[in-house]
Design a protein around this ligand. Structure first.
Ligand SMILES: [Zn+2]
Length: 322
């Protein structure tokens, strides 16, 4: 068999095994362990370097990445690598930072009620991680005071408190990009998967100001109420929280970026206006990573971070576009 045919065969097998395995109760844990074996591909590199053909076969372990990742999303990860290099060079390696960035717009949280910051912040120990555009991104969930974000066994998106909740526009602007083709990713309460061709799943990009755009991702299927070209008002209902794209559970991914492109923009720190924030009860039961220094208040603006429960303080007048 030709080498490339073997690669395609293993890739497809991994996808099928991955999709089937996570339907079973212990499957998620087995998948996580199998995925870790991917790193044995480094032995393959060593084998190539020292000319040991048997050791070089370990290259194939890299294909275990496809247990939980479709090829399209793997390709997007490569885009991110290339895009990040471009963004760093074009900013002369001086990316926007909280201390220096002067925000043009005034942003509220893109939801109503109390939500928990599950990922993200402005300090190095809190940053969301991922590509350059996601540097200051946030993942928001709804958790109870026992530190749980779902009821039942967590194997259905409907089990999660935030699933189906309204998403609102964080500020006035014009919709410049929308994706609405994704179905919800299967959730098992164990690991992140992606059942979409796009790691963002269904998403909306809104232009608020020159070089200030917001991206809201993982929106529910058939929930997006706006189209490209539409003007939106702050607090307008624009979609519903879902679990599309590359996710571990239903949540809202929200980020501010310098351009329309997810891959070619720098992430911007976000000072939220009119926000009340407090430490989330029993947050450490969900995430043991320390989250000190997760709130900075500057006048009426707040830089929030992981471990906080946050809410808009102003009484919002919700809009629904027709
Ligand atoms: Zn995220």
């Amino acid at each position: 068999m030709q080498g490339w045919m073997l690669i395609i065969l293993i890739m497809l097998s991994c996808r099928i095994v991955g999709i089937v395995l996570r339907r079973f109760k212990a499957g998620g844990i087995i998948l996580v362990l199998l995925s870790k074996l991917m790193w044995l591909f480094l032995l393959g590199i060593l084998g190539s370097l020292i000319g040991n053909d048997a050791l070089a076969l370990f290259h194939y372990f890299f294909l275990l990445i496809f247990l939980s990742t479709p090829l399209s999303v793997f390709i997007q990860s490569l885009y991110q690598l290339v895009g990040d290099t471009y963004v760093k060079i074009s900013h002369k390696n001086k990316l926007p930072a909280m201390e220096t960035y002067v925000q043009k717009g005034s942003y509220i949280l893109p939801f109503t009620g109390k939500w928990t910051v599950f990922n993200g912040g402005v300090n190095d120990n809190l940053l969301h991680g991922g590509s350059v555009s996601q540097k200051y991104a946030y993942d928001f969930i709804i958790a109870n005071d026992e530190g749980k974000s779902f009821e039942g066994n967590g194997r259905s998106v409907q089990n999660y408190f935030c699933y189906g909740k309204e998403v609102i526009a964080p500020a006035d602007g014009t919709v410049v990009k929308v994706r609405r083709k994704s179905k919800d990713t299967f959730v098992d309460g164990v690991a992140a998967y992606c059942d979409s061709l796009d790691l963002r799943g269904n998403y909306i990009v809104i232009k608020h100001h020159d070089k200030e755009y917001s991206l809201i991702a993982h929106l529910a299927p058939n929930s997006i109420k706006v189209n490209v070209g539409d003007s939106v008002k702050q607090s307008e209902r624009i979609a519903i929280c879902g679990n599309t794209g590359n996710t571990s559970e239903p949540h809202i991914h929200f980020q501010l970026q310098t351009g329309k492109s997810f891959f070619l923009s720098a992430g911007l720190p976000i000072a939220f206006t009119d926000v009340v924030a407090q430490d989330k009860e029993n947050y450490s039961l969900m995430d043991k990573r320390p989250c000190a220094d997760n709130l900075k208040v500057v006048g009426n603006n707040s830089y929030i971070g992981r471990g906080l429960e946050v809410e808009n303080t102003v009484k919002l007048t919700l809009y629904t576009s027709i």
